[in-house]
Design a protein around this ligand. Structure first.
Ligand code: RRO
Length: 313
C-alpha cells in the first residue's frame, strides 16, 4: 500500500505536503481552505505581537520562473493565529499544525513564545529567522551569534515542539557553522529555505524597479530557487542530528520536484509560490504525481528513498 505519510518529532502526518508560511495563510478563510485541502498540515502567516499592515504596494511581482516579494510581514497579530490553531485542535484532536512567528526583535519573539507556552496550543512553532523584507531588520539566520543567542533564550523556558525557518546559505563553511549551532538545541525541525533575499527585478519597459518597498529589493521564490533549496535541504540533512527533521521548501511545482526534495532528505514539503498561483487544489495534484513516481520506482513510503540521493564517486 502506497503512503505519503511522514513523522516529525513523533507527530504523524497523513501526507508530507503543506503550504509554505506566508502564502494564502493570512486569514481564517485561507486557513479553512487549507484544512479542507489535501495538505497534510498548514502553517499560519508569520505573526508579530500586534497586527501589521506590511509594506506599501506594489509589493509582489510574478517572474517567468518564480515570484518576487517584499510583503513586509503583513499579519493579523499573534492572538488571531493562536486562537485559530487552538480552536482547530479542539475540532480536530490529534492533528498537528504549524504556527509561524517572526517578531522583529528577540524580545518580541520571547514574549510571543511565553504566551504560547502558557496557552493550550499543542502544535509546532516555526520560528522565522529569515524574513528578508522588514526595512532596518537584517535576517537573524545570517548572524550566527544572534541565532545562537536567540535559541539559548528560547530553550531556556520554552517547553513545546519548535523548529526554525532558515534563509538559504551559499557556502559549505556556512552550512557547517549553522548546523553546529542548531545541533546544540532540542529543535524538532528546521525548514529550509525562505526566499532568496534581496534580489532586484527590473522592468525593462518602464526602466523602473518592479516593486515599491526597499527601493525595489525583494525575496525570490519559485522554480528558479530549486537548486539552492535542494542544496540547503541536503547540506542540513547531512549535518543535523537525525532527530531534527528537515522540511524542504523552494521550487516545488510538481511531484518530481517533491521527489527530489525527499531524496535530498526532506521529511515534509512546503509549497509557496506555486500554491499561490494554483490554490489549494495543488496538494491533490502533487500528491498524485508523487505517488505515481513512487509506484513507478517501486517505493511504498517516503522513508524508502528519503535522504538516499547518490553521488557520482
Ligand atoms: O512578509 C514578508 O515579506 C516575507 C516574510 Br515574513 C518571509 O519570511 N519571507 C518572505 O519572502 N516574505
Amino acid at each position: 500500500m502506497l503512503t505519503l505519510e511522514t513523522t516529525i518529532a513523533g507527530r504523524h502526518f497523513d501526507r508530507c505536503l503543506m503550504n509554505a508560511a506566508g502564502v494564502r495563510c493570512q486569514s481564517s478563510r485561507d486557513l479553512d481552505a487549507l484544512v479542507q485541502s489535501r495538505a497534510g498540515a498548514y502553517v499560519t502567516k508569520s505573526a508579530t505581537p500586534a497586527p501589521r499592515p506590511g509594506n506599501p504596494s506594489p509589493r509582489m511581482a510574478t517572474m517567468p520562473h518564480g515570484s518576487f516579494n517584499s510583503m513586509g510581514l503583513p499579519n493579523n497579530g499573534l492572538a488571531y493565529y493562536l486562537d485559530y490553531v487552538i480552536a482547530d485542535e479542539q475540532k480536530r484532536p490529534g492533528k498537528t499544525n504549524f504556527l509561524s512567528l517572526a517578531g522583529t526583535s528577540l524580545d518580541d519573539n520571547l514574549a510571543m513564545l511565553h504566551e504560547i507556552n502558557d496557552s493550550a496550543y499543542q502544535g509546532f512553532v516555526e520560528l522565522n529567522l529569515s524574513c528578508p523584507n522588514v526595512p532596518g531588520h537584517p535576517q537573524t539566520g545570517y548572524d550566527f551569534e544572534a541565532t545562537r543567542q536567540t535559541l539559548e533564550a528560547v530553550f531556556d523556558f520554552y517547553q513545546k515542539p519548535l523548529g526554525v525557518k532558515l534563509p538559504p546559505y551559499f557556502d559549505m563553511a556556512h552550512f557547517d557553522a549553522i548546523a553546529g549551532i542548531l545541533n546544540q538545541f532540542p529543535l524538532s525541525f528546521v525548514t529550509t529555505i525562505n526566499s532568496v533575499g534581496n534580489g532586484l527585478l527590473v522592468n525593462f519597459e518602464t526602466e523602473t524597479v518592479a516593486i515599491k518597498p526597499k527601493g525595489g529589493f525583494g525575496g525570490i521564490g519559485g522554480a528558479s530557487i530549486k537548486p539552492t533549496a535542494l542544496a540547503n535541504v541536503r547540506a542540513l540533512a547531512q549535518r543535523l542530528n537525525p532527530d531534527i527533521a528537515v522540511i524542504g521548501v523552494g521550487g516545488i511545482m510538481s511531484g518530481r520536484d517533491a521527489f527530489e526534495h525527499i531524496l535530498c532528505g526532506a521529511s515534509m514539503l512546503q509549497i509557496g509560490t506555486q500554491f499561490g498561483y494554483e490554490g489549494p487544489a495543488i496538494f491533490a495534484r502533487i500528491a498524485k504525481e508523487l505517488g505515481d513516481i513512487m509506484l513507478l520506482k517501486g517505493y511504498t513510503s517516503i522513508e524508502d528513498f528519503r535522504g538516499k540521493l547518490k553521488t557520482l564517486d
